[in-house]
Design a protein around this ligand. Structure first.
Ligand SMILES: Cc1cc2nc3c(=O)[nH]c(=O)nc-3n(C[C@H](O)[C@H](O)[C@H](O)COP(=O)(O)OP(=O)(O)OC[C@H]3O[C@@H](n4cnc5c(N)ncnc54)[C@H](O)[C@@H]3O)c2cc1C
Length: 329
């Protein structure tokens, strides 16, 4: 009989792991959100849509390139070649060059994860609240303490603080999650008519609470006429203002956006703020093995935070963990 595995989180890491282990185990994925995306999510509001987490991804390893290749052929992933600029307050913008391909999913960032989830048992809107050992098995419960079944292995692909809260330290290893860290980020989502926006498509920003601006509707496969702007704060600014009044945070970011871009505040017809508490992983001093596993305890964890952030890091962490687990199942 195949071993049963519960995977917490259905982002890039959780789905990669499930796809690679599917021939070897009975897999169940638990995802607290209503839809798939994780930090590659897309938010919709009437006619507008914003990719409010990951903005693009690069592919540096052969394994990630191999994953993407059929999706590029099918038009689910496309190269993004924006007119990208660098902005600093009170300095003229200058054109920025990218020296490797940057990809996005089409027609929205979460489309790649929706496609990866094909054929997998993903339980949406199911937040794992507790993981407890019962003799030889792991029992999972949701946040209302309702049982979610029992499993031979439990693997968390949730962001670091959530993984830390869920996986029992005695069985995972008391210091197993030391050395990793994550930082927050604010995403400001604006509706602005395309005609009111500058000619460039995206900007890296220096010396400002904002570090990134993208005219999301100009990405491949989007509706160009429906102006949807994504603005990201720096993690440092987000950390300082994390618990501040959210209306004030939104207004301050709008003010900085208008000053940086010259866009008239009157041209903004919608504004939403999203607080990513666990957004960006800091660089990891020791990138080997790129996942956390306790074979004896039958617990493991993977995700971008194991390898310093980015979509490809989430894939690589899960891919490496799947390789290590295949020999042990
Ligand atoms: C604002 C922002 C900008 C970014 N920009 C880029 C970029 O331009 N390029 C790039 O490569 N990367 C970028 N990233 C990082 C990239 O999004 C991540 O590296 C990647 O998506 C992480 O995938 P993951 O599967 O490890 O984690 P996640 O996508 O976070 O997936 C974990 C999943 O676990 C679920 N979960 C958590 N707790 C529970 C629970 N108790 N029960 C059930 N489910 C649970 C969550 O809902 C989530 O869906 C950005 C991230 C953010 C937030």
């Amino acid at each position: 009989m195949k071993p049963s595995i519960a995977i917490i989180g259905a982002g890039m890491a959780g789905l990669t792991l499930a796809r690679e282990l599917a021939p070897h185990a009975e897999l169940t994925l638990f995802e607290k959100a209503r839809g798939l995306g994780g930090r590659m999510s897309t938010r919709r509001n009437g006619t507008h849509q914003w990719d409010h987490g990951a903005q693009f991804f690069t592919a540096r390893t052969a394994a990630f390139k191999a994953l993407l290749s059929p999706f590029i052929d099918r038009g689910i992933v496309a190269e993004w070649q924006p007119n990208i600029t660098t902005l600093s307050p009170a300095k003229p913008p200058f054109k920025r060059l990218w020296f490797e391909p940057h990809y996005v999913a089409v027609p929205a960032m979460n489309q790649l994860l929706k496609t990866l989830a094909d054929g997998l048992d993903v339980r949406l809107q199911t937040r794992v609240g507790r993981v407890a050992q019962q003799q030889e098995k792991w029992q999972l419960h949701d946040e209302h303490d309702r049982p979610l079944g029992e499993y031979d292995w439990v693997i968390s692909s949730a962001p670091l603080p959530q993984t830390r809260a869920l996986l029992p330290a005695p069985q995972l290893g008391h210091n197993a999650l030391d050395g990793f860290a994550m930082q927050p980020c604010y995403a400001l989502l604006l509706a602005v008519d395309d005609a009111a926006l500058p000619v460039w498509d995206a900007a890296r920003v220096n010396n400002s609470p904002i570090n990134w601006i993208a005219f999301n509707h100009r990405l491949p496969g989007r509706q160009r006429q429906v102006g949807a702007v994504v603005v990201h704060s720096t993690p440092e600014w987000a950390a300082i203002h994390l618990e501040n009044d959210q209306e004030q945070v939104k207004q301050r970011l709008i003010d900085h956006f208008c000053t940086l871009t010259g866009v008239d505040a009157g041209a903004i017809t919608q504004a939403q703020l999203h607080r990513w508490r666990y957004a960006i992983s800091t660089e990891v001093a020791e990138p080997d093995p790129g996942f956390v596993m306790n074979e004896h305890g039958r617990l493991a964890a993977c995700g971008d935070w194991c390898l310093g952030g980015r979509v490809e890091a989430a894939f690589t962490s899960a891919h490496r963990l799947a390789g290590a687990l295949r020999t042990r199942l």
